[in-house]
Design a protein around this ligand. Structure first.
Ligand code: NAP
Length: 306
């Protein structure tokens, strides 16, 4: 049969899903199903359009139907903090939930992921919330650009949800010096204040740096649409003063930001790695097995670019 699975779904098939609004653009089903198929699991990963006001009911529905777990994307990650039974340290630390794992008690009373119960799943099932987004940022910087946060000088453009998460994660990982630039300066100032409070040793400033940086990181949404203004003001900071450029935007594969960076001689990577690694970490939380990252990457690239 075609596709990643050895057999069609049947009455024993277990489900995972992503909830979002909108969700139609999501590449997660393509690469998560490739991963599940490669692991030989009779599971399926689906995508559901869920409005924020129905998120709680949708999570309860998945719990009642004994789903293995969920991913949450825009606009659900903050709302879900109040809708799960327990938060893993990752969700508490980063203040957002992008992955839920359903769990039940085994014979000794220990909470175990639902994958461990094939039949006779106990009536009491809890939802544990995790965050795999923050680690995915630094894993992608490391694997795709060879850049470690520790000691690096970074210019970060954008202070929305993704920019804030990147800034906090870089600070947590010992960034050498971090410069925050955002269209709305008070948002960058708020992120800098949060870093000062949570990571007092971190060197974080608002505004463009005067000296060169190792990395310029675009965490704005600019580049998604043709005709967007550039996220970097090259009059204030020319690309030539950076060693590498990373764009969280990954459609198109080479955004105008990355093209300009490449033409200036920088090493470049787009945000497809972030998407891949947050998903691979979720798959590992659900399955307890190492994610087949290469298979997942191929399926992701095919889904996004072919
Ligand atoms: N690769 C991945 O896996 C991944 C994961 C998460 C996010 N992303 C991407 O990262 C980007 C940001 O996501 P987000 O969740 O942080 O979104 P968000 O919370 O809506 O933040 C948007 C950011 O873009 C800035 N911005 C938007 N329009 C602008 C304009 N016309 N001029 C200047 N700045 C502008 C905003 O500045 P203001 O604060 O001034 O509005 C803000 O900093 C999106 O493109 C998203 O697709 C990728």
């Amino acid at each position: 049969m075609s596709g990643p699975f050895a057999a069609p779904p049947d009455a024993a098939t277990r489900c995972c899903a992503v909830y979002g609004h909108p969700v139609r653009h999501s590449a997660s089903p393509a690469f998560q199903n490739a991963g599940l198929g490669a692991l030989g699991l009779n599971w399926r990963y689906l995508a559901f359009e869920v409005r924020p006001e129905q998120l709680r009911a949708a999570i309860e529905g998945a719990r009642a139907m004994r789903f293995i777990g969920l991913n949450l994307t825009v606009p659900h990650k903050l709302l879900a903090l109040e809708m799960v039974d327990i938060l893993d340290d990752s969700a508490r630390l980063w203040g957002a939930v992008n992955t839920i794992r359903f769990e039940a008690r085994d014979a000794s009373g220990q909470w175990q992921p639902l994958r461990q119960f094939e039949t006779d799943i106990p009536a009491e099932v809890r939802a544990q919330g995790f965050n795999t987004d923050a680690d995915a940022i630094t894993r992608s910087l490391s694997e795709d650009l060879g850049i470690s946060a520790a000691g690096a000088r970074v210019l970060l453009l954008g202070a929305g949800g993704a920019g804030r998460a990147a800034a906090l994660k870089l600070a947590a990982d010992g960034v050498g010096e971090l410069f925050l630039v955002n269209r709305t300066p008070r948002k960058a100032e708020a992120v800098a204040a949060e870093i000062a409070q949570r990571f007092p040793g971190a060197r974080c400033h608002v505004g463009y740096p005067e000296r060169p940086v190792d990395l310029v990181l675009n965490a704005t949404s600019l580049g998604l649409n043709a005709g967007d203004p550039p996220p970097l003001d090259e009059r204030l900071f020319p690309f030539q003063r950076a060693g590498a450029a990373y764009d969280m935007v990954y459609r198109p594969a080479e955004t105008p930001f990355l093209r300009a960076a490449r033409q200036a001689g920088l090493r470049t990577a787009n945000g497809v790695g972030m998407l891949l690694y947050q998903g691979a970490a979720a798959l590992e939380l659900w399955t307890g097995r190492t994610a087949p990252v290469d298979v997942m990457r191929q399926a992701l690239l095919k889904s996004v670019y072919v």
